[in-house]
Ligand binder design. Structure first.
Ligand code: BGC
Length: 737
């Protein structure tokens, strides 16, 4: 049994170079002579991607690469249930191994700074704590199958517009308080501390964008200074596909493997050009040895070297995985509004109009690299029929006309094309009048007539992967295809209207006051439509909560106050510079601090049960450098229906030497409470929960002073409150325990 150093000592320069760059789109070489296997990668967060030719995007799976399609990360985050996040990861890990892969390229958990980011559906939240609390169990779940998670995209890749060249300009405090903490804790090695979120992700993907005047992959600041030197990360760092731009920079940045999407593998920056520089003495071989050691360390951790018998087998498409996908969707769908308690619907014996393109569309095979060749996919209309068919007469019509169909079904090169013609722009007004308006009118009239003729109307619309897509940002926050007008018309035609929106992120809802029943979900996986039908009919009691704020309109968002902030500007550079002017005030942090109205607050989600909180108590203990706080609260289900509720805990500093958000999420618990019963919920906090990033001391500071503890059901509904004081300052190296 050779040690890693012994193996490296035996390797030739060529063998080592072969290991630090892709030899296929999703493979980097091992060394056959020394029985070192290749490393096999696959996308992505919602399932294992289909098989392609080694050097082009021609699918070759012949159907054997069909897999379980899991709910998107946005849907998963909306469960606020870390156990389901673990299940999600476990399924993904087993399928990764089952498909013969070593590294699954996910989870993605960049902070949702703007709802326009085309990849938000793949990410978890606008809040770093919720992102960390959900990403950590996903990673642990994945890695329980002896495959590696790959936390992505590290870091500051918060928009898709010009993602391959734009520079993210962020102040130091915001970087360490908002954008890095979830990565730090997910990469940190697991310890015996059962309350720690440390997940020990064995690999991480370095992002496309620039930071600090350099590309992330070719620069020192994020990779060598922070990741390696500050965090002591010894896992594998792989570039995003095509994110490396020079040999010396990426060699010195401590990046381990360069991957890309062109077939000239020997010409990659860390291939022949690197060999040449080492051979003629321009670069020392030591760093190459370090890179190869880290790759071998990853292989060792996955039992890929001399103890292969110990590596766990995998499996895919099991019934258990399909059941898991259903369980996650059941908790990831959100009941946003149920004003007159019209929901759940009793559909028996009724004539029901189902209107909207998303009622018959499935979304697995779109969105970019997270596309999934799913074993099966159930449309919402089929889901409803599966649950209530026979007793209910369902009538379907499409309701709105889609003018960019080829993009929706993903049969275009999403990496090369921009969004379809924007018919809302003045220059396209004529085109719109001639080509689109008549078709829209025809479908709207048909839908209104159907709505008038039915007992209930369920509109199922929202976005699709023409909008929620890698490589592009949404042009605005509006619902496309004239859906706003259609929803208003349907409501006038029939009082009994339920609106269901399927989308990767928030949309403006100018009709919100007129609509009483509203359900929202992100793309919810292969069985999500069953979960949706169950929620509509009451077979499942909804328990999803928003993992991001739904603002009233785009211009209310802190990131959308200037061009400089979003989409960024070209000033004295030939690339876009995006200045994160809102600093730490991302998402609800802004809205609660400014007391600004939103459509739906962060954390919001209704149930068919009703809950009450009482008896909030805190107990604080400070001993030496340790501080611990226990917060107890009683949660009562005052309804006749069993239900699940997420109790959220926010901390508000009362007197702070620096600007801080009015309050921030620091813990949450999701619990199932039977009808007419109660449970004591216990939160265990420590000093980390009170901390902000102290730029001068370069560490996190929980400042002496008073804090309010708020407990409730969303960032805007916090009925329970207590106050406590820390008697001294506490410093930490990291934000999350
Ligand atoms: C995406 C990554 C993905 C990679 C490989 C890139 O374009 O940004 O998230 O894992 O492609 O498909």
């Amino acid at each position: 049994m050779k040690t890693i150093s012994e193996l490296v000592n035996e390797m030739t320069l060529d063998e080592k170079i072969a290991m630090v760059h892709g030899c296929e789109f999703f493979k980097s070489s091992g060394a056959k002579r020394l029985d070192i296997p290749d490393l096999i990668y696959s996308d992505g967060p919602a399932g294992v991607r289909q098989e392609f030719e080694p050097d082009n995007w021609t699918p070759i799976g012949q159907g054997f690469d069909k897999v379980t399609w899991l709910p998107s990360n946005t849907c998963l985050a909306s469960t606020w249930n870390p156990d389901l996040a673990y299940l999600h990861g476990k399924i993904l890990g087993e399928e990764t191994k089952g498909r013969g892969k070593d590294i699954i390229l996910g989870p993605g958990f960049n902070i949702k700074r703007t709802p326009l980011c085309g990849r938000n559906f793949e990410y978890l939240s606008e809040d770093p704590y919720l992102s960390a609390a959900m990403a950590s169990p996903i990673i642990k779940g994945i890695q329980s199958s002896n495959v590696s998670a790959c936390a992505k995209h590290f870091a500051l890749n918060n928009q898709e517009l010009d993602r391959m060249s734009a520079e993210s300009i962020v102040d130091e405090r915001t970087l360490f308080e908002i954008y890095l903490p979830a990565f730090e804790v997910c990469l940190r090695k697991q310890s015996d501390d059962k309350d720690s979120l440390a997940a020990g992700s064995l690999s991480v993907m370095a992002s496309y964008n620039r930071y600090n005047d350099e590309y992330v992959c070719d620069g020192n600041k994020l990779l060598s200074d922070i990741l390696r030197d500050k965090w002591h990360y010894d896992g594998l760092v792989v570039s995003d596909w095509g994110a490396v731009h020079n040999t010396v920079g990426s060699y010195n940045s401590t990046l381990d493997v360069e991957m890309s999407v062109t077939p000239n593998f020997d010409e990659y920056y860390l291939a022949d050009p690197l060999k040449e520089k080492i051979e003629n003495g321009k670069l020392a071989e030591d760093e190459l040895n370090e890179k190869v050691k880290r790759i071998l360390l990853l292989m060792k951790r996955l039992h890929m070297l001399d103890d292969r018998d110990e590596r766990k087998p995998g499996c895919y498409n099991t019934f258990a995985h399909q059941q898991g996908a259903l369980d996650i969707a059941r908790e990831g769908i959100i009941l946003l509004k149920n004003k007159k308690k019209h929901l759940p619907l009793s559909l028996r014996g009724k004539k029901v109009a189902i209107i909207g393109d998303n009622a018959t569309r499935t979304h697995a095979n779109g969105g970019g690299s997270s596309e999934i060749n799913t074993l099966y996919d159930i449309s919402p209309l089929l889901g409803l029929q599966m649950i209530s068919g026979g007793d209910t007469e369902f009538k379907y019509c499409k309701g709105y006309y889609i003018d960019n169909e080829s993009k929706v079904i993903g049969d275009v090169d999403w990496q090369a094309e921009s969004l379809a013609v924007d018919y809302t722009k003045a220059e396209n007004a004529e085109l719109f009048k001639d080509k689109i308006a008549p078709k829209r009118k025809e479908l709207l009239d048909e839908a209104v007539a159907l709505a008038k003729d039915c007992d209930e109307v369920i509109f199922i619309g929202g976005l699709n992967h023409a909008y929620d897509v890698e490589g592009f940002d949404r042009p605005d926050m509006k619902l496309p295809y004239g859906q706003d007008e259609l929803i208003v018309a349907l409501k006038s035609a029939n009082e009994n209207l339920t609106v269901v929106l399927l989308n990767g992120g928030s949309v403006e809802m100018p009709w919100l006051d007129q609509v009483d029943n509203l359900i929202q979900s992100s793309y919810f996986g292969m069985n999500g439509s069953i979960a949706l039908a169950e929620i509509i009919t009451g077979a499942t009691n909804p328990s999803g909560h928003l993992a991001e704020t739904y603002p009233v309109k785009l211009s209310d968002l802190p990131a959308h106050q200037s061009e400089k902030s979003y989409p960024g500007i070209f000033e004295d550079k030939d690339f876009r510079q995006v200045t994160y002017e809102e600093g730490i005030m991302v998402g609800y942090r802004h809205f609660v601090t400014e007391k600004k109205k939103v459509a739906f607050p962060f954390g919001h989600g209704l149930s068919y049960s009703s809950f009450e909180l009482s008896d909030l108590k805190t107990s604080l203990s400070e001993e030496g450098e340790n501080v611990s706080v226990q917060v107890d609260v009683c949660l009562k289900n005052i309804s006749d229906l069993d239900g699940k509720e997420t109790v959220q805990l926010y901390i508000a500093p009362k007197d702070s030497p620096v600007v801080r958000p009015a309050y921030e999420l620091k813990s949450f618990k999701k619990v199932k409470i039977p009808a007419k019963s109660e449970e004591k919920i216990v939160f265990n906090l420590d000093g980390h929960s009170f901390a902000y990033y102290d730029v001068d001391k370069e560490s996190y500071l929980a400042k002496e002073g008073s804090y309010d503890i708020y407990v409730g059901f969303s960032s805007d509904d916090l009925p329970a409150k207590a106050t406590l004081s820390l008697n001294k300052d506490y410093y930490f190296n990291e934000l999350f325990r």
